[in-house]
Design a protein around this ligand. Structure first.
Ligand SMILES: [Zn+2]
Ligand SMILES: [Zn+2]
Length: 356
């Protein structure tokens, strides 16, 4: 089979490799589409320690081709999306339901061979059935929606809660939509990019703010009668986390969703005490989060079609990864594998986004 093989930082090539065989409890999936996410770009650039050679890719959809002995819940021919998170099911955290915290876990395409390939082997538990109305390319967006679903479940987003979403990239726009769908009000989107703010408005933000500096805090406080109940930071730099801490209202929650190594300089116990702040982290997605994401899309409460702004074939991945590293732009880049390109519905939406 053809696969994109990473031999070292920045050294990626399309090669012919043996097709893997599913072991007990596993499924062989014929990959149809895989999105490039920030983690892939970081691994490609050598920012995570991994073993080479490595087949990357983890936000994927495909067709079950074969199942191993004892595999349950899937049969050949099933359309699935793959939960990228590997978990053991037996450790203390898995047993209490927190499979995202599994100490024996990992990520497809980082700790195990991934899905930038014609076929990949995953556990049966990692396969979720894909509704007929979601095409292969859009299906890869369910992967990121599931992480957003988890985060908002942790923050208990609900009717009447005032919510600010810092950053209106892929996850920010999904947070905006999901908060709106949960009845949060007002939902305020912040981004320095005007076209993203226009999209946020279209997707349900009550108000958008085009700046991200000290003045933003005052604007947000004025719009939310003293500070929002929930601030979701989808950027995660020291700068945005600091702004998020400053703007969160009394008794409010800060959801640190974006991930970045830069630290926050001025967090003090007094800040936490004075406003009785809650700070939450959220990591990846559990099987339940994936199921809830699928249900949300099926019910029409979240639109994931608009996310895909760029599509390429597997053969183009080496040059596309290089460009992503140097110059990220647009929203999601999806790699089509197999016949995923045929008759997909998001082509029109894609053009609409690119015109902005
Ligand atoms: Zn990812
Ligand atoms: Zn575990």
């Amino acid at each position: 089979m053809r696969a994109a093989v990473l031999h070292g930082p920045g050294t990626l090539a399309i090669e012919e490799v043996p097709r893997p065989r599913p072991g007990p409890g596993e499924a062989l999936v014929k990959m149809m589409a895989t999105a490039i996410c920030g983690t892939d770009v970081a691994v490609y650039a050598g920012k995570y320690p991994v073993s080479y050679p490595l087949i990357q890719g983890h936000e994927s959809s495909g067709l079950v081709a074969e199942v191993g002995d004892g595999a349950a819940g899937v049969i050949p021919g099933d359309r699935v999306i793959v939960n990228s998170l590997i978990f053991c099911g037996h450790c203390r955290w898995c047993r209490r339901g927190d499979t995202t915290l599994c100490v024996n876990g990992g990520l497809l395409g980082r700790e195990r061979p991934g899905t930038f390939a014609e076929f990949a082997v995953v556990r049966d538990l990692q396969c979720h059935h894909l509704p007929a109305e979601v095409n292969w390319v859009d299906a890869t967006n369910l992967a990121v929606l599931a992480t957003v679903v988890r985060a908002q479940r942790r923050a208990q987003v609900r009717q009447g809660m005032s919510v600010v979403v810092i950053g209106q990239g892929v996850s920010g726009l999904l947070h905006t939509q999901l908060a709106r769908a949960a009845g949060a009000s007002p939902v305020i989107g912040i981004s320095r990019s005007q076209w993203k703010l226009d999209l946020a408005r279209k997707l349900g933000a009550d108000r958008v703010i085009p700046t991200l500096d000290g003045g933003t805090v005052a604007t947000v406080r004025a719009e939310t009668s003293g500070g929002p109940d929930l601030v979701i930071d989808t950027v995660g730099t020291g700068e945005t986390l600091q702004l998020a801490l400053d703007m969160t209202g009394r008794g409010g929650t800060l959801l640190a969703f974006g991930v970045d190594p830069s630290p926050v300089r001025s967090l003090s116990s007094y800040n936490l005490y004075d406003k009785e702040l809650t700070i939450l982290g959220s990591r990846a997605q559990s099987p339940l989060d994936v199921e809830l994401a699928i249900r949300g899309v099926k019910a029409g409460s979240v639109d994931i079609k608009f996310l895909t702004t760029h599509r390429y074939d597997l053969a183009e991945l080496p040059s596309v990864m290089h460009q992503q590293k140097v110059k990220p732009e647009g929203l999601r880049t999806v790699i089509q594998i197999g016949e995923a390109g045929a008759g997909t519905a998001s082509g029109e939406c894609e053009k609409e986004v690119e015109r902005r």
